[in-house]
Design a protein around this ligand. Structure first.
Ligand SMILES: Nc1nc2c([nH]c(=O)n2[C@H]2C[C@H](O)[C@@H](COP(=O)(O)OP(=O)(O)OP(=O)(O)O)O2)c(=O)[nH]1
Ligand SMILES: [Mg+2]
Length: 138
């Protein structure tokens, strides 16, 4: 369920922290639409009756054509955009099968954690990227 904070409703959104060989998977949002051209940890809005884990599996299938398993909770961030407030929930995910195919993003990349600061992330992601650099950035 989305959480109501006073009159504000937080839209719950999942984000995947997917690592391979010390690099993390990030994706660039489309050049048009919300947060155009910003980098993000891919995922999406949690639908009614869905757990965050189920949401991430669905989103990674819909957006990259891959199957993942979802591991530990990594961290969260609340951000108030003009288009609404979001509660971003990040989980470690593991690739299981399928070839990466960007179906809704303009681009994706595997980047060394220490280089995350060079990318223009969606504002809600910045605390998560910073946490990742602190935990894994070496
Ligand atoms: N997936 C994702 N969304 C993010 C991140 N950071 C961030 O601010 N957002 C915002 C953008 C949107 O306001 C909201 C939902 O993201 P989304 O556009 O991926 O939602 P979705 O996949 O369910 O797509 P749609 O059905 O709305 O088209 O969360 C992030 O790291 N990952
Ligand atoms: Mg999405």
């Amino acid at each position: 369920m989305n959480r109501k904070v006073g009159v504000i409703v937080l839209q719950r959104v999942t984000a995947a922290i997917l690592m391979r060989d010390g690099k993390v998977f990030i994706a660039k949002r489309k050049a048009n639409g919300l947060l155009a051209g910003k980098w993000e940890f891919p995922g999406g809005k949690i639908e009614k009756g869905e757990s965050p884990e189920e949401c991430l599996k669905r989103e990674m299938r819909e957006e990259f054509h891959i199957e993942v398993s979802v591991g530990a909770f990594f961290g969260e961030s609340i951000y108030h955009y003009e288009h609404g407030a979001i509660h971003l929930l990040a989980y470690y995910v593991q690739w299981e099968k399928g070839e990466f195919r960007p179906l809704v993003h303009d681009e994706f990349k595997w980047v060394p954690v220490a280089e995350l600061k060079e990318y223009g992330f969606a504002p809600a992601d910045i605390p998560l990227a910073e946490k990742l650099m602190k935990v894994l950035g070496g």
